[in-house]
Design a protein around this ligand. Structure first.
Ligand SMILES: Nc1nc2c(ncn2[C@@H]2O[C@H](COP(=O)(O)OP(=O)(O)OP(=O)(O)O)[C@@H](O)[C@H]2O)c(=O)[nH]1
Ligand SMILES: [Mg+2]
Length: 634
């Protein structure tokens, strides 16, 4: 079987740990290949196109763009490079795995100061398992704290370690080929690159990205295909448009796909249906344009197939050959998402309230999000949603909130498993970088959360790096405490470390909740009276209800208070201005903070206007009874 190649095409994914500069580099690649219209106003990080991505400054969804490279290294005419930008946050690892099924090589970015971090290892491992060639790019060489040579060494060590690890399970991996990795030095932000190592803190010596393009063209193979093979294309991503409905992104492996043609759609359950390709589009920079046909190696968008999902195959109608389904790592964190059951439900007209609407929305999410699972619960209006991590689930809830949903969201839990009759839970490998002085407090914090220290390096710069193996459960709510301890300076990164035995009880929050004991409106008088002993989440004039958590106690137990109490009228005049001045402003918790804060017997009420923590059991008397029952059991 003689393989042909598409010399005019390359498919490459940019992978890295979070914030190591992937999206910024893609900007520079687009700009330098004149991919934008001459007068277009172009934002930074154009690939981070959805609202939440821009707000949080992180990439959530993998996306592809196409550039036409016409520079010095394109010897026989322009070469289209499909570039897939991937998220670096561990919770979106499923996106990365999927992105890898679209490409023939990866550029692995490593921050010249931070060096390889847990997600670097994860993405590199996935790339090697997929037999993809790797280009190592030491990025941000301009950082004043860059330590380029050291970081390069660490990346080489990582490669070596992974290669020898992998060769045990995958004898077909060619270790020498794996270790033959070219290095490029980059400052993605400056759009500069070089083959030779710049001095720490300075820019690479070529004022453009030519050395990177050169290496991509040389190392990432042009897509190869069998000329005689019938059409075979994999659905690797989904999108939608108001005009075209669902859009499936396909990586064509063999054969040609033509507009107007009838093809076979091989579904997950193995059934095959003939469908007509009514819309076919290729990508240029950030826009899709209609095309007549696409061939081997192309990443092409098709519209008009309503239920098509990721991992399915489009094949020749006369010779159907399915591709393997795309697998991703299992989810570790779950939470229940259900209809809003609080007394304040539906205060604003037009919100999406019903269980039906919520279920439809969750089902829709499943289609595009391969790392998610939705299970039934014993209640008809609530579902258990499982995902890779807390953030991934919080983002789903945040998106639904913005779409107008009202929800009740349970506290995040871990997904446990039975192994040999014993309960097992997921663990994480946690890497911490922190100024030395916080070492003691952090060790204590993690000990309480059942973390086991694996490694500690003090490189004499006043910073230490510690590595822990911690139950994922112990990391729920960890981040905010960690940030307080390190006054925002610490860096913590976690990555899945498989399942291990249940670690026992973990107590996370030391302080109890302040709970409203009746419905009404919070008054300045009541808040003033209580604020010494607690910190409040609500402010005067805000509506509250019985069982709503309105603050954090300075003691460990919960406390029910009347926050609606009015001051008795007296003859004495007091100026309200006075009152307000001495009132501490309320602590406003974000959705993620609420999810972290909530205890087992609490959940979070989410509406487009507000996020409130509440007791699962709203009535004080019922709560008291449940608590005493629990005490008697112990
Ligand atoms: N000093 C320096 N900073 C850079 C460079 N490239 C990117 N940054 C900064 O690094 C931060 C992260 O950049 P992004 O491009 O969003 O990183 P990312 O890898 O796409 O992040 P995720 O998608 O969230 O994983 C931003 O604040 C950038 O301005 C660089 O070459 N030098
Ligand atoms: Mg990004």
């Amino acid at each position: 079987m003689a393989l042909a190649t598409r010399e005019d095409l390359r498919n490459v994914a940019i992978v890295a740990h979070v914030d190591h500069g992937k999206t910024t580099l893609v900007d520079a690649m687009l700009r330098q290949t004149n991919s934008f219209d001459a007068h277009a106003e172009v934002d930074d990080r154009v690939m981070d196109s959805n609202d939440l991505e821009r707000e949080k400054g992180i990439t959530i969804l993998a996306k592809n763009t196409a550039i036409s490279y016409e520079g010095a290294h394109a010897k026989n005419g322009p070469i289209v490079i499909n570039v897939v930008d991937t998220p670096g946050h561990a919770d979106f690892g499923g996106e990365v795995e999927r992105a890898l099924s679209m490409v023939d090589g990866v550029v692995l970015l490593v921050d010249a100061s931070e060096g390889p971090l847990p997600q670097t290892r994860f993405v590199l491992r996935k790339a090697l398992e997929a037999h993809l060639p790797v280009i190592l790019a030491v990025n941000k060489t301009d950082r004043p704290d860059a330590r380029i040579e050291e970081v390069e060494g660490e990346a080489q060590d990582l490669l070596l370690g992974l290669a020898s690890d992998l060769s045990e399970d995958h004898p077909d991996i060619d270790v020498d080929a794996v270790l033959d990795v070219p290095t490029v030095y980059l400052s993605g932000r400056a759009g500069a690159a070089s083959h030779t190592r710049p001095a720490d803190g300075s820019l690479p010596d070529t004022p453009d990205l030519e050395p990177l393009f050169e290496t991509i063209l040389e190392r990432v193979p042009a897509p190869s295909y069998d000329d005689a093979h019938p059409l075979q294309a994999h659905v690797t991503n989904l999108d939608s448009s108001p005009f075209l409905g669902r859009i499936a992104l396909l990586r064509v492996h063999h054969g040609w796909i033509k507009k107007g043609e009838t093809v076979a759609w091989v579904k997950h359950d193995g059934s095959v249906q003939n469908v007509r390709i009514t819309e076919l589009m290729l990508t240029k920079a950030l826009t899709r344009y209609p095309a007549e046909q696409a061939g081997p190696g192309d990443i092409v968008a098709i519209a008009g197939i309503e239920d098509i999902t990721i991992g399915e195959t489009i094949a020749d109608a006369d010779d159907v050959r399915p591709l393997p389904t795309i697998t991703v790592d299992e989810p570790a964190i779950s939470m229940t998402i259900g209809a809003n059951t609080s007394p304040l439900v539906g205060k604003v007209k037009g919100h999406k309230l019903t269980a039906r609407m919520i279920k439809d929305r969750l089902d829709r999410e499943l289609i595009g999000n391969v790392s998610l699972r939705v299970l039934n619960t014993d209640r008809p209006d609530a579902w258990e949603v499982q995902g890779r991590g807390e953030l991934a689930l919080a983002i789903l809830v945040e998106n639904m909130r913005r779409e107008g949903f009202e929800l009740t969201v349970g506290k995040p839990q871990v997904v446990t498993k039975e192994v040999d009759g014993k309960k097992h839970e997921p663990y994480e490998h946690l890497t911490i970088d922190t100024p030395e002085e916080h070492l003691g407090a952090i060790t204590q914090l993690l000990a309480a959360r059942k973390g086991r220290m694996e490694n500690m390096v003090n490189n004499g710069t006043g910073w230490v790096r510690m590595e822990f193996i911690v139950p994922s459960r112990g990391l729920i709510g960890f981040r905010s405490e960690f940030m307080t301890i390190t006054r925002g300076t610490g860096i913590a990164n976690a990555i899945a470390h498989g399942y291990g035995e249940w670690a026992g009880v973990i107590t996370t929050r030391n302080n109890g909740s302040i709970v409203a004991d009746r419905s009404g409106v919070a008054t300045p008088f009541a808040i003033m009276n209580l604020q010494e002993r607690m910190s409040f989440f609500v402010q005067p004039a805000e509506e509250v209800y019985e069982g709503m958590v309105i603050g954090e106690n300075s003691r460990s137990e919960d406390m029910d208070v009347n926050i609606t109490k009015e001051k008795k009228l007296t003859n004495m005049r007091s100026s309200t201005a006075d009152t307000f001045e001495s009132m501490t402003p309320p602590r406003r918790l974000t959705l993620e903070e609420c999810l972290e804060f909530a205890r087992e017997d609490e959940c979070v009420e989410v509406t487009p206007e507000s996020v409130r923590i509440r007791k699962v059991e709203l009535e004080a008397s019922l709560r008291a009874r449940a608590a005493s029952r629990l005490k008697n059991q112990k």
